[in-house]
Ligand binder design. Structure first.
Ligand code: SF4
Length: 295
């Protein structure tokens, strides 16, 4: 049973427009995420500080969003609104509750653009509204001439290999389901991307694994790729750092020390690793002729 909560604000203005997702706002219809990925960075990090424990639906989100968007539209503060930063907008409960759908209808009314990030085929239910948002949204001034439409849909993967995904993303739709959903969004005329976040050290970050991932997402219609490494936060039993090492110990004990060495005392892998990963992704995107940014 999902809990219902009331919130004072649902649209968060970011300090800066996000270079990767192009968003100036983030919006999360739920608090918590039942997809339960082992590496989920909202657990143990500052991103999860405002989350209530368990899964909860922000039941008054539509009324709150109307007020917030009316205000932003009056000041013409049009920016992309990113869904999916702290919870998937298409969790199984959304099928009945339809909060995401209601929020999209409000966004359409106020002509704001959207970057939807999900792992779920349930997004297909809302293709009608997403397409209309793409046509009607006001493109933010800094993106005029770069973006034709006010809608981007992205699908996140830490791997496209089913066996690995079952271990690290036990509650999420399978990579194959995501790929097929991506293809349907592409066929509907939407810009689609594959977000490789996070790539798992020594598991899905190798030249061969990445090559395979990029080839696959391109085959299913991806227009672009965004990729970054793993981050690990917190020491509590439910924090992602604790959970990640626990899973490594169970399935890949030979990687525990290597991974600890890679992170040292930091929440992120060494700079050298990050630089190499970035170079690898850039090189492979060139090889497969796919962008490594949204436009
Ligand atoms: S889908 Fe995203 S928000 Fe949900 S558990 Fe996985 S990483 Fe966290």
């Amino acid at each position: 049973m999902v809990r219902e909560i009331e919130v004072k604000s649902v649209l968060n203005k970011q300090k800066h427009v996000d270079d990767w997702f192009l968003s100036g706002y983030s919006l999360n219809p739920y608090s918590g995420c039942s997809f339960n990925c082992v590496y989920c960075y909202t657990r143990g990090s500052k991103y999860g500080e405002n989350q209530v424990p368990g899964l909860a639906a922000k039941i008054n989100a539509p009324q709150v969003l109307v007020k917030q968007l009316k205000n932003r539209a009056r000041k013409r503060e049009y920016e992309f609104i990113a869904f999916g930063s702290a919870t998937d907008p298409y969790l199984p409960v959304e099928r009945d509750l339809k909060i995401t759908r209601e929020l999209l209808m409000i966004i359409l009314r106020f002509h704001f653009p959207v970057h939807m990030v999900t792992r779920s085929p349930l997004i297909l239910r809302d293709l009608d509204i997403l397409k209309k948002i793409g046509e009607k949204a006001v493109i933010p001034s800094e993106l005029v001439g770069k973006m034709d439409k006010g809608i981007v849909t992205s699908f996140s993967f830490s791997t496209t290999h089913e066996d690995l995904a079952r271990i690290f993303e036990p509650g999420a739709p399978s990579p194959q389901e995501r790929l097929e959903t991506m293809r349907q969004c592409k066929n509907a005329g939407l810009v689609v991307g594959a977000v490789f976040m996070p790539l798992l050290p020594f598991l899905s970050d190798s030249e061969e694994h990445l090559d395979d991932m990029i080839r696959k997402v391109k085959e299913y219609g991806a227009d672009f790729i965004l990729a970054s490494g793993l981050t690990l936060f917190g020491e509590g039993p439910q924090d992602c750092k604790t959970r990640y090492y626990k899973v490594l110990e169970e399935y890949f004990p030979e990687l525990v020390t290597k991974t600890r060495d890679l992170f040292g005392d930091s929440f992120a892998p060494s700079r050298t690793y990050q630089h190499k990963l970035h170079q690898r992704v850039t090189r492979l995107c060139k090889k497969h002729q796919i962008r490594n940014k949204v436009y």
